[in-house]
Design a protein around this ligand. Structure first.
Ligand SMILES: Nc1ncnc2c1ncn2[C@@H]1O[C@H](COP(=O)(O)OP(=O)(O)OP(=O)(O)O)[C@@H](O)[C@H]1O
Ligand SMILES: [Mg+2]
Length: 250
């Protein structure tokens, strides 16, 4: 069965897209077939993977092209539905659609030829994010080691409750992933304690350390798995991949 996961936090620069592409690549290296759907008009997924795309999320959401034509294959076992700045006007058009929060959900309903669909979102709570939330149902929330990032996570939790109540959904936060982790910082310990208190320690996953290899790899359109397989951040991503695979099987 295809499992869907939405990667989300309303605060910008939490490492969402980096997490999406490394989780996807890690799953692919474990033999899984993965699709990434980019719901952020910034279009960072395709940039981080070093590809260009002729069509993608814009065409998918507006129903302008069949699903198969919205896909860009990027690596063996990894496809993306890429976005660009046209997503913003697309979301304005979607405001007039019936069941506008369920558009992505509908478009992905019949897609079964992947083990995982990972949905990346931008740093805001707009109609695109609401669509990502409803389509994924299970969320992964990256939180950087900064007090302001807790604020974004709190807002996210509130909005999950609102969406669940308004639309009779059962959306939940399944994984909380500390990012930009620096072990010996006093602030890190305090933020980690707040994360545990807010979400419950059972859904807090191993942290992803702060490591320049992540941004250096992105600059070359590669994942760290490809750019520097011996990087010290690789065990962090691998551990998370393992957790996601185990959790998904339960
Ligand atoms: N673990 C890490 N260590 C060091 N740099 C990182 C790490 N993860 C991400 N980065 C860098 O931080 C920046 C922001 O990361 P990213 O684009 O993944 O965040 P985002 O939450 O998706 O941002 P936005 O909210 O704009 O979509 C990028 O330059 C990325 O390369
Ligand atoms: Mg992003």
């Amino acid at each position: 069965m295809t499992k869907r996961l939405g990667i989300m936090n309303y605060k910008g620069g939490m490492g969402k897209t980096s997490l999406v592409v490394h989780l996807a690549m890690g799953l692919v290296l474990n033999g899984k077939r993965v699709l990434i759907v980019d719901m952020d008009p910034q279009g960072s997924v395709k940039a981080m993977l070093g590809v260009k795309a002729l069509s993608g999320t814009y065409e998918l959401l507006l129903g302008a092209q069949p699903f198969s034509q919205c896909i860009t294959p990027v690596r063996d076992g990894l496809d993306i539905i890429a976005s660009d700045e046209r997503l913003f006007p697309a979301s304005m058009q979607m405001v007039g659609f019936p069941n506008r929060e369920f558009v992505l959900h509908k478009r992905l309903e019949a897609v079964i030829n992947y083990d995982y669909i990972l949905i990346d979102s931008g740093p805001s709570f707009d109609l695109l994010a609401q669509n990502a939330m409803v389509a994924s149902q299970r969320l992964m929330v990256p939180i950087s080691m900064d007090f302001m990032s807790i604020v974004g996570a709190k807002q996210l939790l509130k909005n999950v409750k609102i969406i669940n109540r308004l639309f009779d959904q059962t959306i939940c936060v399944q994984h909380v992933v500390p990012t930009f982790y620096m072990q010996r910082q006093l602030k890190t310990a305090k933020v980690m304690a707040s994360i545990d208190a807010l979400f419950g320690a059972e859904c807090v996953r191993n942290p992803i350390r702060s490591c320049a290899d992540v941004s250096n790899a992105a600059g070359l359109g590669k994942t760290v798995f490809e750019y520097k397989p011996k990087s010290r951040v690789i065990p962090d991503y691998n551990q998370l991949v393992k957790t996601v695979m185990i959790e998904g099987d339960n």
